[in-house]
Design a protein around this ligand. Sequence first.
Ligand SMILES: Cc1cc2nc3c(=O)[nH]c(=O)nc-3n(C[C@H](O)[C@H](O)[C@H](O)COP(=O)(O)O)c2cc1C
Length: 249
Amino acid sequence: MTTVMIVKISKHKMLFSLLLIVLVISIALFLYFFLGRSNETVLIEARGIIELPVPITRGTMSVEEAILKRRSIRNFLNKPLSLEDVSQLLWAAQGITDPTRGLRAAPSAGATYPLEVYVVVGKNCVTGLSEGLYHYKPDRHVLEHLLEEDLRSSLADAALGQSSIREAPISIIVVAIYERTTSRYGERGIRYVHMEAGHVGQNIYLQAVARGLGTVVIGAFEDSRVQKVLKLPEDQHPLYIIPVGYPAG
Ligand SMILES: Cc1cc2nc3c(=O)[nH]c(=O)nc-3n(C[C@H](O)[C@H](O)[C@H](O)COP(=O)(O)O)c2cc1C
């Protein structure tokens, strides 16, 4: 009789323990997948962070064809770009291509990475992005929304009124923080930084061609005016303005 009761009690205990374990696991999973994610999303939105689509690494045009077809394009259609286009152009400029070592699409002297990349987006110019200034964060492949107005005209004015900047749906701005490279290489680091901007510009040219887009690298502008329009920190020096859009004609 007592043996039967003991067996019954321990059976109940086992069942209760099992249910408890299942309950604890379910609560843990719920917290991890739902609360954890939604907290992250709320945080991301609050800081104005836009996640970019995962870049493709296999396109339809060969690198040879892209080199052959590359030309500077200064007139653009009034046609919006996709978020995939923006993602791809930024990835080609400074995207992480070796996540384990943090290496990027363009070479950098001693991997010091002195360049920052910003994007000026016009009103209704990129599907899924409102107008303004964005900062590209290569580590997470995200954009941070910094300013909320269409800056294309002011940026064009700071660049001798070049209409390509006024017309293009977006302009990518490549900015240098010299200290990152000169702290290791001294004065010689300055030339390294400029060479690196060239690599970034060429990557953007070729990526644009491969997606049926057009671009031109622009070096003629007033540095201090560009800094003012983009509200850049003092140690960030603009090197290139790179308008991108669908070629007109
Ligand atoms: C450092 C640099 C600065 C440039 N600045 C400008 C510029 O301010 N405005 C412009 O329309 N094109 C600019 N360009 C583009 C050149 O005018 C263009 O590359 C050249 O005319 C050759 O044409 P292609 O690029 O079609 O081969 C610049 C190019 C380089 C490399």
